[in-house]
Design a protein around this ligand. Sequence first.
Ligand code: FAD
Ligand code: UDP
Length: 396
Amino acid sequence: MKKTYDYLIVGAGFAGSVLAERLAADLGKRVLVCDRRNHVGGNAYDHADAAGLLVHKYGPHIFHTNSAEIFAYLSRFTAWRAYEHRVLASVANQLLPIPINLDTINRLYGLRLTESEVAGFLARRAEAIATPRTSEEVVLSRVGRDLYEKFFRNYTRKQWGLDPSQLDAQVAARIPVRTNRDDRYFTDQFQSMPKQGFTRMFENMLDHDNIELALGADYRDLREEIHFGQLIYSGPIDEYFDFCFGRLPYRSLHFEHRTFDREWFQPVAVVNYPNEFDYTRVTEFKHLTGQRHTKTSVVYEYPRAEGDAYYPIPQPANAAVYAQYRELAQSVPEIHFVGRLGTYRYYNMDQVVGQALTLYKKLARAEAEEADGITPALGRSRVHDQSGRQSLLRSA
Ligand code: FAD
Ligand code: UDP
């Protein structure tokens, strides 16, 4: 006999795990979480490598947020290690602070400018662009062409396979420009790493009697084997709809993990290589985790067009295709798309947690209204057999 669940959740990353935890622990729902990978945590998954060093399988993940609510929520499942992220960029044979700050300018150009002088220095070079629309325009409008070319143009071309002029402003706008000496990558109020790693935090979230996990299980295979009420989907939205409006492009990465028989590899957790090599950056995990070890493990990131979907690509044409999928999704009330791939948004971890908590509140409200008899049950009138999805595909 097929097992029955209130919710099937596709993806055990931040989006899926937060929703599973809330629905199970707060509403007492029976939840099945599946992931086609053989582990929880999605892209934030970490594990001990062969040397016993804690590494992030899918590249460096640093937690930061300005939301006290999101930080408090995650703090139920982990203690934290205070950590402020610092990054250096290899430019003109030096390792210089990025985001660009006072020291970056002084060291790059051999100057001794003060904070107020550097503001004038940048203002004289910045190009007058009233409303920057592309990543190129954002950087030119802040620091001018020379710094753009040294720090941003080639990194972006390598990372995205696109010129910054082809990418939405939001991509390069992630990196601020500072006239002081603050060399932190993020200035968020809460910056820290889960003390025992992300995976342990996810395990604690998912450790509930009402939550079952199916790892190494693709939704497409599983959906025939069970009955479920509603579906929460954090995989790529275009794949869910069989690419009926065409493929949404995603940028992929190849990760090369290496362990060195020496205590340290580089001075900070991340060194960016805008202009040299095929990789964009190198991360040394011990800086992030605080682990002590005689060896050290690092990861090199090589951008790729093909492979696992890691980054939605912020461009107007892609937003237009996504809007078609979103509209289709909105017409299936018992299916909820969430997360970086489910909503095609270049979101950080905390933003995905925030989005999942918001969806949870909406679902909880709907459940409460349903219990009061205000609205009809979603997905309950029939055992879920994907007919909603298929009929939509026909009409799409
Ligand atoms: P994911 O973590 O991608 O989880 C989705 C899961 O769904 C995946 O595990 C996938 O296997 C599963 N899935 C998909 N389709 C199916 C299917 N059909 N059946 C079963 N399972 C399926 N954010 C930060 O805040 N700080 C950082 O420093 C940071 N660094 C990053 C570095 C890199 C290289 C990358 C790629 C991302 C980084 N991020 C960072 C972003 C962060 O990874 C995401 O915001 C977050 O992990 C997204 O969570 P999610 O649950 O939406 O998606
Ligand atoms: N970027 C750049 N040079 C750098 C760092 C970042 O050109 O040294 C640009 C690049 O386009 C990159 C984007 O800014 O993709 C966002 O950088 P971030 O470090 O936030 O990328 P992520 O950690 O999400 O890969």
